[in-house]
Design a protein around this ligand. Structure first.
Ligand code: AFP
Length: 341
């Protein structure tokens, strides 16, 4: 059990979100409760990710374990956890996630709410087998229509419309980081009391130390992106060379750069002609993190302009993503304009 020197200094996630709600006298508490539902989902998923290595003993994914039960894939489990904890509450009108081709309407037996939830249930899931960090990313929009069945177009809102966004990072500890448009706040799960406690209030991105990109794919990048990379490495003397850090889990790479200072990018590339815009998804990966970056004093670009200004045209649309330190991220647009257009 954690020994808290001064219990009055403890701020739980519930208290913090409630206090933020009081900034808006018209608020009904619905958004507060969605965030709280997601924090609970984070705790449930964290309790599974920490046991992921035991699959070898308990039975592999899609196999039958020693108790005769089927072991569910962790990303499927994370998806179901978020859906099951949010679809019956009367707070949401629909959900869209990386795991489902179409959006999920609210089942008929439950009341409909006014918010839409987009999420990536387990970002970096290919890292699970190697005990590397993973994360859940989410974004919350107001639905566009007042009532009636939800249509897919309602999900095609630019990131600027986000009411709140955040992520849960499952690393050496579990952290819940969110913004509702009043700064970015981080909470660390204390497993001994089972609660997220405010550990990183009002996060602002410090001076850049790192750049994060899969350099293995450099040969597939445009000339502008190659030169931008050289710029970050200090060639030409524009900046002091940055240190390279790349985990291959967007949430974790972003989280480190948010706290330590840096820029992450996954550019458009020619590696796979079916994915000319790179690998990352606009709706439930780029947009939620872009909102966080801007609220923390940073910026997110697709190489031509702000991520948050793009109007999506499909649920699983991909986008190049440059995100983090404001100046360094904006710089890529100069290189791309100068070389690639
Ligand atoms: P998975 O969820 O399939 O592991 O993909 C994670 C991801 O979309 C993102 O989190 C990483 O930044 C990116 O892939 C890493 O991809 P590369 O292996 O192509 O660098």
């Amino acid at each position: 059990m954690t020994d808290y020197a001064d219990p009055s200094a403890i701020i739980t996630i519930e208290r913090h979100i409630l206090e933020e709600q009081s900034i808006h006298p018209e608020a009904t508490g619905t958004l507060t409760n969605i965030l709280y539902d997601l924090a609970l989902a984070g705790k449930v998923i964290a309790s599974k990710t920490t046991r992921a290595g035991l699959a070898e003993i308990l039975g592999r994914t899609a196999d039958v374990n020693v108790q005769g039960e089927t072991v569910m894939k962790l990303d499927r489990f994370a998806d179901l956890t978020v859906v099951r904890l949010t679809d019956h509450t009367g707070r949401l009108a629909g959900l869209a996630s990386e795991e489902n081709v179409d959006f999920l309407p609210i089942p008929k037996q439950y009341p409909m709410g006014k918010y839409l939830l987009v999420f990536d249930p387990l970002d970096g899931s290919s890292n699970v087998d190697f005990n590397m960090p993973v994360g859940t990313i989410f974004g919350i929009y107001k639905r566009l229509k007042e009532s009636g069945p939800v249509s897919v177009d309602e999900f095609f809102q630019p990131g600027r419309n986000l009411v709140a966004s955040g992520y849960i990072a499952y690393g050496t500890s579990t952290m819940f980081v969110y913004t509702a448009g009043h700064g970015v706040h981080g909470f660390t799960l204390d497993p001994s009391v089972g609660e997220f406690l405010l550990s990183h209030p009002n996060i602002k991105i410090p001076k850049a130390k790192y750049f994060s990109v899969n350099l293995g794919y450099q040969m597939y990048w445009s000339r502008g992106v190659q030169l931008y990379t050289e710029y970050l490495q200090g060639h030409g003397g524009g900046v002091k060379p940055l240190s390279l850090r790349y985990l291959g889990t967007l949430v974790s790479d972003f989280h480190r750069n948010l706290l330590a200072g840096g820029v992450f990018y996954y550019p458009a590339d020619s590696k796979d002609p079916k994915m000319p815009a790179g690998k990352l998804r606009l709706l439930y990966e780029a947009n939620p993190l872009a909102f966080i970056a801007e609220q923390a004093g940073g910026y997110a670009s697709n190489g031509n302009g702000p991520i948050l200004d793009i109007k999506p045209n499909s649920l699983h649309q991909r986008t190049p993503l440059y995100i983090g330190d404001k100046e360094l991220t904006a710089k890529v647009e100069e290189f791309i304009r100068g070389q690639d257009e």
